[in-house]
Design a protein around this ligand. Structure first.
Ligand code: SF4
Length: 325
């Protein structure tokens, strides 16, 4: 069993914001700014899997893309091993930080063989020695991710969904990274294939000392994979805790609703299902106070006047709600 270090974060996101439109990067027309991410601070510890959950549209994929250097934040900073990531460091760090997409099919070049796709990152970065040596590294990688060497000559459309996701993972590993953002890596797969891919990710993490940011809307899968879990709502972190603590004692009314919706047999027998009323508000709406107040059964006067801050409730358990402050 891995014991993630609590001391030094590998990756830190500090007060990250990503706004589109009037106040962010965009056309500058008189539209309202969309606040996809609105002040997210996260520390990701070496060797751990940090789960990131929330409804679709809450900003979790945007956080993942910013953490993986695929997207520039509007504001805030990212640190890798305590060093701020500037423009110069970005190129070097691209090797250390990789991203696995939900559906690798769209990102696998249909005209290239799997062997060519896996060799490409090495060739671009002038790594892996001669062409013959690089091809040998590709074959070794195929074996590592559970595909026979013959798949090096196949094309993406000849593979199943599970095999394609193995290739997506292999491509992320070719440059020997330390941190991988996994964005809904199994949500497009059948349940039996999901388990194989999740187990593969766990084995690789153990073998290669990888750190994961695991993004998903599926709380069962997140529970299986994660050491700690952060819950996002409308571009903000509303709760962050050790995985068992979060599922046993969810504090934020939104987390309580998410956990209560996990199918019977997983959650506690007596736990009542909490059905949230209303839709996730648009991230272009400028809500005062707590962003969850329009759907919260516990909202009181203070919730409309003042936005709660993410504060420590117990050791390694943080929540953003006036009920606890
Ligand atoms: Fe509900 Fe108020 Fe807590 Fe927000 S701060 S989650 S509205 S009780």
């Amino acid at each position: 069993m891995r014991t993630p270090s609590a001391a030094e974060p590998l990756v830190e996101l500090l007060d990250i914001r990503k706004h589109y439109g009037k106040n962010g990067f965009g056309s500058g027309r008189e539209e309202k700014a969309v606040r996809a991410v609105d002040g997210v601070t996260l520390q990701i510890r070496p060797g751990e899997t940090l789960g990131l959950v929330g409804e679709s549209g809450c900003g979790k994929s945007t956080v993942g893309q910013i953490a993986a250097q695929l997207l520039e934040p509007t504001d805030g900073s990212i640190h890798y091993r305590h060093t701020p990531i500037g423009r110069e460091a970005r190129q070097t760090l691209r090797r250390q930080i990789q991203y696995v997409f939900q559906d690798p099919y769209t990102s696998l070049n249909p005209r290239h063989t799997i062997g060519q796709i896996l060799e490409q990152p090495l060739a671009i970065n002038r790594l892996g020695g001669s062409s013959k040596e690089r091809k040998q590294l590709v074959l070794e990688m195929l074996e590592k991710i559970g595909l026979e060497p013959r798949y090096a000559d196949s094309y993406a459309h000849q593979l199943s969904g599970g095999q394609r996701q193995r290739v997506g993972i292999a491509r992320a590993l070719m440059l020997n990274p330390s941190f991988i953002v996994l964005d809904e890596p199994v949500s497009a797969l059948d349940v039996s294939v999901q388990a194989q891919i999740l187990n593969l990710l766990k084995e690789l993490q153990e073998e290669l000392s990888l750190t994961y940011l695991f993004i998903s809307h599926d709380l069962k899968v997140v529970h299986y994979m994660s050491d700690r879990v952060a819950v996002m709502y409308l571009g903000r972190i509303v709760e962050l805790a050790d995985v068992e603590q979060l599922y046993e004692q969810p504090l934020h009314p939104y987390t309580q609703a998410l956990v209560s919706a996990i199918p019977q047999g997983f959650r506690k027998e007596k736990q009542q299902r909490i059905v949230l009323q209303g839709e996730l508000p648009s991230s272009s709406e400028r809500l005062t106070g707590c962003p969850f107040r329009t759907r919260c059964a516990h909202a009181f006067e203070r919730c409309a006047a003042e936005a709660p801050k993410l504060s420590a409730f117990a050791e390694d358990h943080y929540v953003s709600c006036h009920l606890y402050s």
